[in-house]
Structure formats: C-alpha cells, structure tokens
Ligand binder design. Structure first.
Ligand code: FES
Length: 159
C-alpha cells in the first residue's frame, strides 16, 4: 500500500484478501470528471480501469457514475442542455420551456438529436431559483428562459 494511504482496509470474499485505500477512494469523482470531460462519457472499460487503479469494486464506480447526472455511461451530444427541474422552475413555467426545446430540437427530454449534436436533459438544483426557469447550456448558466430565448439558443447550437 502506498504512502498516500492513511486508512488502509482489507476486504475479503473468503478466498482472496484485497487491501483498499480510503484516501485513494476520494479521488473517484475527480478522476471520473476528467474522463467525462475528455471522452464525453464513461465507458464500461474506463469504469473497470478506474476501479482497478483505486482498489475498489467496479459496481461502486458504476453506482457513482449513474447517481450523478453530470456523469454519463453513454455518449451525449456535442452540446448538452440541462433544464432545472426544481419546484421554483416548475412554478415559473419550466414545463413550457421543456416543450419548446423538445419542439425546436425534434426530440424528447432525455434524448439526443440524430446528428449527435444536442442532448436535452433535466437536472436538479443549479442554484438559479431567482432566474427560473433556468438551464445549464454546455455548463453555462442561462436564466429567465422564454420560448423565444429557447428558439434563439437552439438556432445558435444548431450552427
Ligand atoms: S432549488 Fe431552484 S435552482 Fe436550486
């Protein structure tokens, strides 16, 4: 076990003992974010490599990847639209905004356009209640969305 490991722990399946390091485990999300950033998604193979290098079970890696909406196991579009689905956004008309995005993009929430250019998703709190309905578009916050703003955004992203 390397020097970084201040909390080594041995686990066993009855036959084999494996020593894991909780200090290394804290690297899981930063490592996954780097892979997501570079490759656009996290493949099964990458999840296994990460699990092996951190000394944790691949199921743990999979559960983290599928828990966080910003990490994905499938390739998304070049542009990702994430609409806040918090209660304030809902009250401010997020459903109408979603419908407009769906109509302009020709896809449903959770889908990616056929040309793999744009993905449309929902996300939980993005800290923009006061600007609802709001979205993250390629990681940039856009607030006070209106159907006209949505049309302009889609037009720009399609270029
Ligand atoms: S609760 Fe509305 S954006 Fe956070």
């Amino acid at each position: 076990m390397d020097k970084l490991c201040s909390v080594p722990k041995t686990i066993t399946d009855g036959k084999t003992n494996v020593t894991i390091c909780d200090a290394k485990r804290s690297q899981l999300i930063p490592v996954l974010r780097k892979i997501q950033e570079k490759e656009g998604y996290i493949s099964n193979r990458k999840m296994q490599e990460v699990a092996f290098s951190l000394g944790i079970h691949p199921v743990e890696v999979y559960s983290v990847v599928t828990f966080y909406s910003f990490l994905t196991i499938e390739k998304k579009g070049k542009h990702i639209i994430r609409i806040s689905n918090c209660i304030t956004a809902d009250m401010a008309g997020a459903k109408k905004i979603i419908k407009t995005f769906e109509k302009e993009l020709g896809i449903k929430l959770g889908e990616t356009t056929k040309d793999k250019k744009i993905s449309l998703e929902e996300t939980s709190c993005i800290g923009m209640c006061d600007q609802s309905p709001a979205a993250l578009i390629d990681g940039k916050l856009v607030g006070k969305l209106t159907p006209q703003k949505v049309k302009n955004i889609v037009k720009e992203l399609k270029k």
